[in-house]
Write a protein that binds this ligand. Structure first.
Ligand code: SF4
Length: 361
């Protein structure tokens, strides 16, 4: 089964093309405080190394604009940057001057259509993109009232109002995001928007929650939309490190066959046959592979590595894996394509497994 993606208009954020036939781009957002520029630089570096393709950064005042300028002067960004603007449109203009390839504006907060027109004018001048970012938490009161408080319809109307303005201004280099903390509202709003227009859609949930909640809500919400062919960029919002958002986004996309993750670790859920602490072992394997996993994102050949809790069923249950390890009582088996190639004492097996993985990769 292959997902047939909806063909949207192609737009560009600097050199990155979005929509059209392009891959779904993975985005994250800087969480370090801008006052601590070294921490911001470290975070950008980590994000870029782990495959993040678009970096969003909140620009909340003039000092943030100055920090942004420094980051551009020092050529820290290797991927396009989206400045997140909420209330003051002048910050959007200044961020575009500083060098961002896109500004995200929230129609519920930014002000009148005349003000938005000024941002469009500047974006045109700079050849930059705009993300129309509507959030359920900041819908204009009059739109909510007109729709009798119906959140989905209010989100759609808020988006369409700006789309119509952009079209009137003959500005087409934009994408749309319509987010709610309710998974269902996000799904319905995006489905309606996707049926109305062909502009690229950025998918995400707002306030998805801590790691566990956020991962589940995003997997369900984004997964359902992606399975219907909707979505051109995604972000998995988590109250956790930003690089985990990137890893999660790639895993969601790869589980639907929409992107490759490179190395994919699979492990069994364990059962009463398991005689080892498999959770600890999986963590160790993840640590062994950490650097390789970062490098391998986007590689065309995906490698499945299995960590299984018993020697009786492990190799068979993980026969789709390229290489794996299955634990017995004192010995563990290393297997390739479902066939055991080596039996090793459990205390030595991780070192041996690492050696075999390195040979394999
Ligand atoms: S591989 Fe073995 S230990 Fe793991 S779930 Fe299957 S039967 Fe249980």
């Amino acid at each position: 089964m292959i997902i047939k993606r909806k063909k949207t208009k192609e737009i560009y954020l600097g050199n990155l093309k979005i929509g059209g036939n392009n891959q779904i781009a993975v985005q994250s957002m800087i969480k370090s405080k801008l006052e601590n520029l070294d921490a911001v630089k470290r975070e950008i570096d980590i994000l870029q190394k782990c495959g993040c393709e678009v970096i969003r950064i909140a620009v909340f005042d003039q000092s943030a604009v100055q920090k942004l300028k420094i980051l551009f002067e020092q050529k820290i960004f290797l991927v396009p940057v989206v400045a997140d603007i909420q209330f003051d449109y002048k910050l959007a203009l200044d961020s575009l001057d500083a060098g961002v390839q896109c500004v995200r504006i929230n129609p519920g907060n930014i002000g009148s259509l005349n003000i938005i027109e000024k941002v469009v004018k500047k974006a045109k001048q700079k050849n930059a993109a705009i993300r129309i970012g509507v959030n359920s938490g900041s819908i204009k009161k009059e739109i909510l009232k007109k729709n009798n408080g119906n959140m989905v319809n209010s989100i759609v109307e808020s988006v369409m109002e700006i789309v119509e303005l952009f079209e009137k201004l003959k500005y087409f280099n934009f994408k749309i995001s319509a987010k709610a903390s309710s998974v269902l509202d996000t799904i319905y709003a995006n489905e309606i928007i996707s049926s109305k227009v062909d502009y690229p859609i950025h998918l995400g949930l707002t306030e998805a929650g801590p790691l566990f909640n956020g991962l589940i809500k995003s997997s369900v919400g984004l997964g359902i939309l992606l399975s219907k062919g909707i979505g051109d960029t995604i972000r998995v919002s988590l109250t956790d490190e930003s690089n985990k958002e990137v890893r999660a986004a790639f895993l969601i996309l790869s589980s639907l066959g929409l992107r490759k993750t490179g190395i994919d670790i699979i492990s069994c859920p364990t059962c009463s046959r398991t005689k080892v602490n498999l959770q600890e072992i999986v963590n160790s394997v993840e640590n062994i592979l950490k650097e390789k996993m970062k490098e391998s994102i986007n590689k065309l050949n995906e490698t499945k590595i299995a960590v299984m809790g018993c020697i009786v069923n492990g190799p068979g249950e993980a026969k789709d894996a390229d290489i794996g390890i299955a634990y017995g009582i004192k010995k563990a088996a290393i297997f390739k394509n479902g066939k055991v190639i080596k039996r090793v004492d459990t205390e030595n097996v991780l070192a041996e497994f690492e050696y075999e993985i390195n040979n394999f990769l």
